[in-house]
Design a protein around this ligand. Structure first.
Ligand code: MOS
Length: 742
């Protein structure tokens, strides 16, 4: 495409994504795409045993390769002040102390890093590094290891445990979910550049530049302002960029060691053990109700895998405390250490897993009660108060989500008796489930800058991992100021911009929107102040009375007065107007509880000959408060639901338990949902702003798009074939096996 055509597209893009043209033309730069002078390339060497100790690392052969500059090992490395003692390593809570230990915790753990003039040199040399290990016994099998770890009460019981143990309507079942891997399209990469002794530039794939900045300031004992982190384009995260992984530190150490900028990009196979995953889990749920479907009590037990060097808890039981008004409740959990890398948050973390068990069990209860699963839920959802804190929900419209979703799927066509609708080789069934997420918010800053020509730049350090944060910021600035969208530029993903929290936990827009909203309003007020120097009518103008156009400011109640920005800037002797605003949660959090929620409805076909599950229709309705940009929000919801389809039907990080090796660690071996697996997903919203959460009324959406997906599908499969599938993924072999026992 020629430059003129490109510019033409740019000028014609009022409604789309602010970064759309950059993304589709390739001009937007992802971490690994920056060009830095004098840069060299790093490649990690991974351990070939799952447990033990490094006895020796032979690097001589690798060093002879032309172009090799240096090879980092735990015996040959630059100083990292924040990790120079065992105690500091522990305090740093960095996770894997890369190149600071001779211990091996998992197969694939980086033990050396080759730095060379080209990627090819580094890759070849890395293959020549030879490590010898003292091998120890290891455990990678979650199923057997979980038996050795005892559950612990989480200390938040409700009511009384014995009171409901012998009720006639009881479900008591176990659920297993395999580990899922985020696998964002863009692989994690870092270019580390020490621009001085204690000044560092990082081009890095992550979900929070300020978090990266703080971490390296701590590790290298240098002021935060000496570190600049760029993550201007991020090709997906799903949680994998919420913490700083060992390879990022490796690249920074490498750059220090060789005194040159170093680029390190993980390979796809390395991504399976270097940037976290949704941990495999086991759950038991026992729940009971009275004969009219009033839920009486629940016991929710959960175990998730973790690594032997870190204790990660996925928070699986949290959602059980959130959705229903169980008068009696007990939750217990445990983490199961294995010789694998540490898992982390993955889209809808904890809740996704927990809700699969909870919503499967509720569905099962509905069949026992001979009650419509929709009615059972509507009867028991805690719509007024947070069941734990008893604080009133600020807004909560899960009931409306359910009503809408039922209409969208055509719930009336569902047969209450499973396995009764058959078309040729296909069983047909309907299922539904709900999900919730605490609607969080953190302090965020944004700046708005106006130039003489009336154009605006809105800035925040927050990354946009593909969710549409930048577009949402433009939408808000446009809505408040009235200035055309094509005159509003967005800058983000750079730690030098006004600081913001990481983009995660569905808090991105709900945090930064408040700052953009306030900054836009303050700009209007400020412009009126400046305009009053030219025309006295603007003095003390009320905010509602201020009207901005692309060229000038005027008053709504007096159309004859108007001051052009050009004149306003000149008379006030301004080069630009810049306002920086912070927005943070306050006392409203003591008065209200906040949540987002969604209902998932699904129609499936299950093939009796092949065991294939075909999702015919998936409808998702969410309450995310005010929807700032319907398109971006709907994309988030349907994208999340596709992830949910993968989790339900195909995703599994396969491990050879005898060798401790990941065996499906590439995009051919790891099956996930592609276009042919997903129907057009119908998405709708409740569109009611939350008046208390922040000035914009947006509650956050990312997580609730996936949370109810798996149980909605599994419940539909039950309705289709009359067999309850309690282990994910529900692959065709499992269906065939189940059907053969029917
Ligand atoms: Mo998400 S797990 O909050 O990136």
């Amino acid at each position: 495409m020629g430059l003129l055509e490109l510019l033409n597209i740019r000028s014609k893009r009022p409604e789309g994504r602010v970064e759309g043209v950059e993304k589709v033309t390739g001009s937007g730069k992802y971490a690994a795409e920056y060009e830095v002078k004098n840069m060299c390339y790093a490649v990690l060497v991974n351990s070939t045993v799952p447990s033990g100790k490094i006895q020796s690392i032979l690097v001589d052969k690798a060093k002879e390769v032309e172009g090799v500059i240096d090879i980092i090992t735990h015996l040959h490395k630059p100083s990292v002040p924040g990790m120079d003692t065992e105690e500091k390593i522990k305090q740093s809570r960095f996770g894997l102390p890369i190149f600071h230990t001779d211990k091996i915790f998992f197969k694939g753990q980086p033990v050396a890093m080759v730095i060379a003039e080209t990627l090819e040199d580094a890759t070849f040399a890395a293959s020549l590094v030879e490590a010898e290990y003292q091998k120890d016994s290891f455990e990678v099998d979650f199923n057997s290891a979980k038996e050795k770890v005892a559950l612990k009460a989480e200390g938040k019981e409700r009511g009384n445990f014995d009171s409901w143990q012998n009720l006639p309507f009881t479900v008591d079942q176990q659920y297993n979910i395999k580990a899922d891997v985020h696998n964002p399209m863009e692989m994690h990469a870092t270019i580390a550049h020490w621009t001085g002794n204690d000044t560092l530039k990082l081009y890095d794939k992550n979900q929070g530049v300020n978090n990266v900045q703080r971490t390296f300031a701590r590790l290298f004992s240098i002021p935060e302002k000496n570190i600049q982190v760029f993550s201007e384009f991020v090709g997906g995260g799903f949680g994998s960029g919420l913490r700083i992984w060992p390879h990022v530190l490796a690249s920074v150490m490498g750059a220090k060691q060789v005194g040159r900028p170093v680029k390190l990009m993980l390979t796809r196979p390395q991504m399976f053990a270097a940037t976290g995953y949704r941990p495999a889990s086991w759950q038991r749920i026992k729940l009971a109700s009275d004969p009219s479907g009033n839920l009486s009590g629940i016991l929710h037990q959960a175990k998730n895998e973790t690594s032997v060097y870190e204790n990660f808890n996925d928070g699986i039981t949290r959602v059980t405390r959130l959705i229903y008004k169980f008068p009696n409740l007990k939750t217990e959990a445990a983490n199961v250490p294995l010789n694998l890398s540490t898992p982390t948050w993955m889209r809808g973390p904890g809740d996704c897993t927990g809700v699969f068990a909870l919503e499967s069990a509720i569905d099962e209860l509905s069949y026992q009660l001979k009650m419509d699963p929709v009615a059972l839920r509507l009867k028991n959802i805690s719509l007024q108060n947070h069941p734990d804190s008893n604080l009133p929900w600020s807004t909560h419209f899960l009931d409306e989500c359910i009503d809408k979703g039922a209409k969208m799927i055509g719930w009336n066509a569902r047969k209450a008796t499973p396995s009764t609708v058959i078309e040729g080789d296909w069983y047909i069934g309907y299922g539904m489930a709900v999900g919730m997420w605490n609607a969080g918010r953190a302090e965020a800053k944004a700046a708005i800058i106006m130039s003489k020509d009336g154009s605006l730049v809105v800035q925040t350090a927050m990354t946009d991992i593909g969710t549409g944060t930048g577009t949402g910021m433009q939408n808000i600035a446009h809505e408040i100021t009235g200035i055309s969208k094509n005159k509003i530029n967005i800058e983000l993903g750079n730690s030098a911009l006004p600081p913001a929290p990481s983009q995660g936990g569905s808090t991105g827009l709900s945090s930064v929107s408040g700052a953009v909203y306030d900054a836009s309003n303050q700009l209007k007020q400020k412009l009126a102040e400046y305009a009053s120097l030219v025309n006295g009518s603007f003095k003390g103008a009320a905010l509602e009375n201020i009207l901005l156009s692309d060229k000038s400011i005027s008053l709504k109640n007096n159309s004859t007065v108007s001051v052009s920005y050009e004149e306003l800037f000149e008379k006030n002797n301004l080069a630009e107007i810049r306002l920086e605003v912070a927005s943070k949660p306050g006392s409203e959090r003591e008065k209200f509880a906040f949540c987002s929620s969604a209902a998932h409805f699904c129609k499936v076909r299950v093939n009796k000959r092949t065991g294939k599950v075909k999702i015919e229709k998936l409808a998702v309705v969410a309450d995310g408060g005010k929807i700032i940009n319907s398109q971006a929000a709907a994309n988030q919801m349907s994208g999340a639901a596709v992830g949910g389809i993968g989790m339900t039907l195909m995703e599994e990080n396969q491990i050879d338990a005898k060798l401790g090796t990941l065996i499906g660690n590439d995009l051919a071996g790891y099956h996930f949902a592609v276009n042919a697996d997903a129907p057009i997903i119908e998405v709708d919203f409740i569109h009611k702003p939350d008046p208390n959460i922040n000035p914009s009324g947006a509650k956050g959406l990312g997580e609730v798009g996936i949370i109810g997906t798996a149980p909605a599908i599994a419940n539909a499969i039950y309705n289709a074939i009359g067999i309850r599938m309690r282990d994910l993924p529900i692959t065709p072999d499992k269906i065939l096996m189940a059907l053969s026992h029917k």
